[in-house]
Each structure stands twice: as structure tokens, then as C-alpha cells.
Design a protein around this ligand. Sequence first.
Ligand code: CAA
Length: 257
Amino acid sequence: MQPPFVAVEIDAPVATVTLSRPEARNALSPGGIAELMGALGALDEDDRVRAVVLTGGPKVFAAGADIAEMVTRTPADQLAIERGPRWQPLLRFTKPLIAAVNGYALGGGCELAMMCDMIIAGDGARFGQPEVNLGILPGAGGTQRWPRTAGKYVAMEANLTGDLVDAERAYQLGIANRVVPAAETVATAQELARRIAAKPPIAVRLIKEAVNAAYETTLTAGLAGERRSFHLLFATDDQTEGMRAFLDKRPPHFKGM
Ligand code: CAA
């Protein structure tokens, strides 16, 4: 039996998910992805948890899809693997998810980081889509999320050359929220998660939904959705509490209702 790929640590209200297959540089096998998705699905259901940090090892966040498993794959094999939820539990995850990236985030590993809501990069982090060097193209969003974040020309270069960008460049391109010393990456992400976890959870959920909608829809539809969520939040106790606390000049106490 394979050792677990994913370790979950809950220090409520923040959970930290750590990928751990250092001997293969955290390569993402179908089984490993399923394990990660299972862990995220459970954390989405867990009321103790309000924000999640996803990290890898000190030298590699994740080196992408498992090349050893892919080398002899046929299109039919690939289709068979792609049955089931695949990345859906992550893409539908309702709580803030922060990637804490140290070392290499390559191929599917870079795409995994980019599927998260925020990215904290350690100063040695390196991001890239080297799939072209393997005779394939990114299969988990690299050709779509790079242009939406860094623009067409940068995305073309990254995807067509497979060249990596370092943490500072990733920050300049908007791929990383901030760059911190590598030893502080996970703690910085956990601190950010903890701050967001203290905010009103229903508002947090709807804000995440609204920002993500900006990548999927027209401005008019996105603004309409934002407005509906704005209306909806006036039905929550946390809206009354947030505004009362401001007027009373005291810290708010949010309950998620
Ligand atoms: N899949 C399978 N095994 C991998 C792997 C991967 N993606 N990345 C590394 N490994 C394995 C190596 O084969 C090696 O195994 P052995 O010890 O059995 O020989 C072990 O991990 C150590 O690898 P290195 O010696 O290369 O380690 P390094 O520290 O010198 O380099 C690295 C690290 C820069 C991440 C380098 O391993 C590397 O470039 N990996 C491949 C990155 C890549 O091409 N990713 C794209 C994959 S395709 C994809 O992701 C498609 C998609 O979009 C979903």
C-alpha cells in the first residue's frame, strides 16, 4: 500500500493540507489527486474549518502530473482517468484556499497553485509550465489561468518555452500575492488564513464566489450577481453585528449566521 500523499492538520479555524511525496517531488498521480480532493471535500464539510492552506515540501510544492504514470498512456486511458470528480472539489471549494509555495510549482503543480484563491510564495519558489518539453500541453488550466492573470504575451512565453519564473517575477505578474523568506511561507499563509477566518463566513463565501465569477462571466452579469449577494447579506445576523459593532466602536463578533 502507498503511504498517504496528503497530510491534514486542523488548528481551528484553519486547516493545513500538506502534499508529501518528496521522493517523486510531489508528482500528482491520479490516486494522489483523488486523495487531495477527498481531503478538501471533507474540509469543506467541516464546520470547525473556515480557511485552508495548501502546501508542499520545502524544495518542491508539486512537480506536476506523474510522468512515469503518463508515459505509456493512450487517449483512451486518459479519458478513463478523467471520469469522476477530478479537480471539482477544489474548483467548487467554498472556503478560502491559500497556496503556500516553496520551491518548484511546475506543470500540474503550478496549475494546482493557480486553482487556489491566493498564493504566498517563498523566495525560492519557481513557477512554470514545462509540459511543452514533454511533447504535451498543460492539462489542468495552464493555458487558461496564465493569460487571465499575467496576460497573453507572458502566458504565451511561459507555455511555449516552458521557462520558469522566479518568486519575485511571479509577484510582479500577479501570480503571487507576496514573496516571503522561504522559512516563513507556511506561517504567513496560515496567518492570512486566520485573519480571513475571523471575518463573517457567509460574506467570505459570497465574496469568493463573486470574484471567481469575474473569470467566468460578462461584467454586466458579474455585477448583477454581486448585487444579489449584496442584498442577501442583509439577511444575515453578521451584517447587523458588523455594522452595530462599528457604530458601538467595539470589535465585531461574527457567528456565521
Ligand atoms: N512525475 C514523476 N516523477 C517525477 C516528476 C514528475 N512530474 N518530477 C520528478 N519526478 C521524480 C524523478 O523522476 C526522480 O525519480 P527517481 O529518483 O526515481 O529518478 C525524482 O522525482 C527526483 O527528481 P529529480 O532528480 O529531477 O529532482 P530535482 O530536485 O533535481 O528536480 C524538478 C526537481 C525540477 C521538479 C524536476 O524533477 C522536474 O523538472 N520534474 C518534472 C517537471 C515537469 O515536467 N512537470 C510537468 C509534468 S506534466 C503535467 O503536469 C501535465 C499537466 O498539466 C497536468
